[in-house]
Design a binder for this molecule. Sequence first.
Ligand SMILES: Cc1cc2nc3c(=O)[nH]c(=O)nc-3n(C[C@H](O)[C@H](O)[C@H](O)COP(=O)(O)OP(=O)(O)OC[C@H]3O[C@@H](n4cnc5c(N)ncnc54)[C@H](O)[C@@H]3O)c2cc1C
Length: 335
Amino acid sequence: MKILTNFSLKKFNSFNINAIADNYVSVESLEDLTKALNLKEYKEKYILGGGSNLLITKDIKGLVIHININGIHQEVKSNNVTEVVAYAGENWHSLVLWCLKKGLGGIENLSLIPGSVGAAPIQNIGAYGVELKDVFISCDVINKETREIKTFDKKACEFGYRTSFFKKNNGYIIISIKLKLTHKEHNLNTSYKGIQEELSNLNIKQPTIYDISNAVINIRKEKLPDPKKIGNSGSFFKNPIVSKNKIEELKSNFKSIPFYTVDKNNYKIPAAWLIEKAGFKAKTYGDYGVHKDQALVLVNYKSARGSDILNLSISIQKAVKLIFNIDLEAEVNII
Ligand SMILES: Cc1cc2nc3c(=O)[nH]c(=O)nc-3n(C[C@H](O)[C@H](O)[C@H](O)COP(=O)(O)OP(=O)(O)OC[C@H]3O[C@@H](n4cnc5c(N)ncnc54)[C@H](O)[C@@H]3O)c2cc1C
């Protein structure tokens, strides 16, 4: 375990922001992680995974602990169910591919989501009709202060739309997660229109988990900018959820407003639509801006500072508030 000083995080965050960590350490075992947490000389300790849900707006004091604890194993429970344990440093998409290879279904809709396994519960990653919570059993965590290791079951994780107990309490580090996956194809989720269209383009009538994964990969590659080419963190904001009264008010003022029913009192509005209507889609300000096709994705074209992108996000929030009286909440973690 080697502590590096004045360490550039440019290659370790998908926005490609050139922030400097005073101190950086990569930990590859629980023992190393515990040692790093025990280093009293660093008051602040920041946990880094794949850096794909992060906007770094300043250089980081203290110690950045990069979680690189790897390993995946399975335990067959029945003819139909296998539990899979994956360690926090594994790449999420590699886990999806590992499961596909073993014929295990449940996370194929979450193909190609960037980042690490350890960060997946933080915002309960979700895409194309599936969320992590749908297959989640538990996770093992270490308390940053006491070093106590604990298991959190699904209930204790308090999963919600792009949120969890851990998003609100950063005192724990996720070491591993346990998922419940199935062998049979009958639980396939093809509810998302884009998946149905892609399967029909490929002339697939009885899809397998591989077909769903490929369909999702194709859609994502077409729709989302690749952070290796253009710095970004995926969706910058959450889609706001509003009450029945509010949606009625919005419908009368903005006839074409799109929305989805969450339950009988709550409605989700695509933040991308609000941002586009506020005039920000495709806006470029020197090195940064809003993506030309995806209004929800803020981008760093070259060498923007994190604070530039933060200020742009604040301008968007203010404009959306002014026009629609809706508060846009950042999905990305800002430091
Ligand atoms: C192009 C693109 C597309 C995306 N699409 C989606 C999508 O479809 N759905 C979706 O949900 N998300 C999406 N995201 C967001 C991102 O992929 C996920 O949030 C992912 O889980 C972040 O993982 P990470 O390892 O990169 O986390 P990081 O960015 O490294 O960290 C995110 C937060 O988690 C904390 N953290 C990291 N690891 C741990 C750990 N082991 N224990 C405790 N805390 C930890 C960090 O301190 C930070 O607060 C997308 C991002 C990009 C760039």
